[in-house]
Design a protein around this ligand. Structure first.
Ligand SMILES: *Cc1c(COP(=O)(O)O)cnc(C)c1O
Length: 357
């Protein structure tokens, strides 16, 4: 039996997509070869990259003057690529709302005057700072945010108005809700949360901003070079791009991001309502900023948390252990988590509460 996999990343993928990939694994597009064996210059593979790029443009309504790239190195590599492509004046602001936002900020400091202008670390990242009160500095090259905080389970409800281009790490929520791409200079996302197996990262960047990377920027990290080469500057992560394209096709068939968002709100609503109505489980995030992708929660004790994770696993509800920084549990309910998975989790939570309260 297939488990309900609540892993924060790499994460569950749609069953239909896995089955489709399995069906054509030995003979991809009539080539007589697996997609993992063919040249990335093969027409059949180039068609995959073109289709994936076009689907991202369509589903996220990305304007033509933005590059859409498939790159490697994970979102963590982009923590460096951001300053290396954008930090011409040597100055950038960061809002630190979690572990990954902090890592991006620390990477930024390697390349110039990066400042943390707002943070929610004082309350263990359980909220998003008041955006109207952020002391953004003058003359910065960009402002960096992490739109959904995977470990702490918060998300931005609205985005800051900034003079400098806004750069967002959307790894754990891309394609889960509608966004206005025009508001951002750059969006990037490791695909292994909501879109594909590990190995590929999506970059969406306004072309006018990326024409002049810093002199020390490695060629592989130059978004301009990746754009000029349609993400085929070197051998790309072919299989991950192929899987992303299948996931994007399915998302389009489902009705696109708007429809997906409705389903995601419904799933998250079921789980948060259950937690809020229980005196046994707690989620400590400020309600307004609760993520609809990552839901951390605890029982009354660390011992019961450990017991919960163990028994849930034995019942086919896996990877529910919270991040080592916060403990407890975390249910990652990305696009590919079916409503039935969330319902099964809630049913187990009810049963566990009855037996242990
Ligand atoms: C998972 C994650 C990362 C790290 O991604 P890698 O691909 O492992 O480098 C960065 N930012 C966010 C928001 C994430 O969820």
């Amino acid at each position: 039996m297939r488990a309900y996999n609540f892993s924060a990343g790499p994460s569950t993928l749609p069953l239909e997509v896995l089955e489709e990939a399995q069906r054509e694994f030995l003979d991809f597009a009539g080539t007589g070869m697996s997609v993992t064996e063919i040249s990335h210059r093969n027409k059949a593979f180039e068609a995959v990259v073109d289709e994936g790029t076009a689907l991202l443009r369509e589903l996220l309504n990305i304007p033509d003057d933005y590059a859409v790239l498939f790159v490697q190195g994970g979102a963590s590599q982009q923590f460096a690529a951001v300053p290396l492509n954008l930090m011409h004046g040597g100055k950038a602001d960061y809002i630190v709302t979690g572990n990954f936002a902090k890592k991006a900020f620390q990477e930024g400091k390697i390349y110039g005057d990066a400042a943390c202008v707002a943070s929610s670390e004082d309350k263990t990242y359980t909220y998003i700072p008041d955006l109207s009160a952020v002391p953004f500095r003058e003359g910065t090259d960009y402002v960096h945010i992490c739109s959904n905080n995977t470990i702490f389970g918060t998300r931005y409800v609205e985005f800051p108005e900034t003079k400098a281009p806004l750069v967002a790490d959307m790894s754990s929520e891309i394609l889960s809700r509608e966004i206005d791409v025009k508001k951002f200079g750059v969006i990037y996302a490791g695909a292994q949360k909501n879109l594909a197996p590990a190995g590929v990262t999506i970059v969406i960047a306004k072309r006018s901003l990326i024409q002049d990377p810093l002199a020390i920027c490695p060629t592989m990290l130059k978004w301009k070079v990746q754009d000029e080469n349609k993400s085929l500057y070197n051998t790309p992560p072919c299989f991950a791009i192929y899987m992303a394209t299948l996931v994007l096709r399915r998302l389009k068939k489902l009705g696109g991001v708007k429809e997906m968002n409705k389903i995601n709100e419904y799933k998250a609503g079921l789980l948060y309502d259950f937690i809020d109505n229980s005196s046994f489980y707690t989620n400590s995030v400020v309600k307004k900023y609760r993520s609809i992708m990552n839901v951390p929660f605890v029982t009354p004790s660390a011992e019961l948390d450990a017991k919960f994770v163990k028994e849930a696993g034995a019942n086919g509800l896996v990877s529910l252990k919270g991040h080592r920084l916060v403990g407890g549990m975390r249910a990652s309910i990305y696009n590919a988590m079916p409503v039935e998975g969330v319902k099964a989790l809630i049913a187990f939570m009810q049963k566990f509460e009855k037996e242990n309260a």
